[in-house]
Design a binder for this molecule. Structure first.
Ligand code: AR6
Length: 170
């Protein structure tokens, strides 16, 4: 049985096996949740990325690193679409980001994972549309089979928090 929950707060503080990072294709850090994760994890995170993933990542894919100074054992780095630039593909790409993150977590043997609201900050995805895609994709992955017991949507602002509670019927 896999539980889905929503919390309001800073994802870098969560005690879960893996937190997901809404990164950019360079994987070299940035603002928003990406910047917060790099700051909290320390420089070892960037060093691991440069060594393992010198060419970065493509939109919708997911790649793991260790969590370094974070409480989480792993960071799963994914990249969501830029709403206004990635055209009609943006819905599929956002879904891919969630789906591939869950699949990486399964491969790592994680029991718990937390997601930020991917693409809803700098990348401009409308919150309600993004929330619907996130919840639908996670439910599909649970239905397909996962060892994950706990999936947490970690919201940093009230608008996202309300959207998730609404979508999840909480
Ligand atoms: N914990 C949880 N959520 C957070 C945190 C935090 N500490 N900080 C921000 N958020 P964004 P994107 C929320 O912009 O839209 C970066 O520069 C934030 O309120 O971080 O996917 C990357 O390097 C919002 O709801 O990610 C990329 O260049 C959500 O996280 C670009 O931004 C996502 O906002 C990616 O843009």
């Amino acid at each position: 049985m896999t539980s889905i929950s929503v919390v309001l707060g800073d994802i870098t503080k969560l005690e879960v096996d893996a937190i997901v990072n809404a990164a950019n294709v360079s994987l070299r850090g940035g603002g928003g949740v990406d910047g917060a994760i790099h700051r909290a994890a320390g420089l070892g995170l960037l060093e691991e990325i440069i060594e393992k993933y010198p060419d970065g990542i493509i939109v919708g894919a997911a790649l793991p690193t260790f969590g370094h100074k974070l409480k989480a054992m792993y960071v799963i780095h994914t990249v969501g679409p830029r709403y206004y630039l990635d055209g009609v593909e943006h819905e599929k790409l956002l879904s891919d980001a969630y789906r591939n993150s869950i699949r990486v977590a399964n491969e790592l043997g994680c029991k718990s994972i937390a997601f930020p609201a991917i693409s809803t900050g700098v990348y401009g995805y409308p919150i309600d549309e993004a929330t619907e895609i996130a919840v639908r994709t996670i439910r599909e992955e649970i239905a397909a089979g996962t060892e994950l017991q706990e999936i947490v949507f970690c919201c940093f602002d009230d608008a996202n928090f309300e959207a998730y509670k609404n979508e999840l019927g909480l």
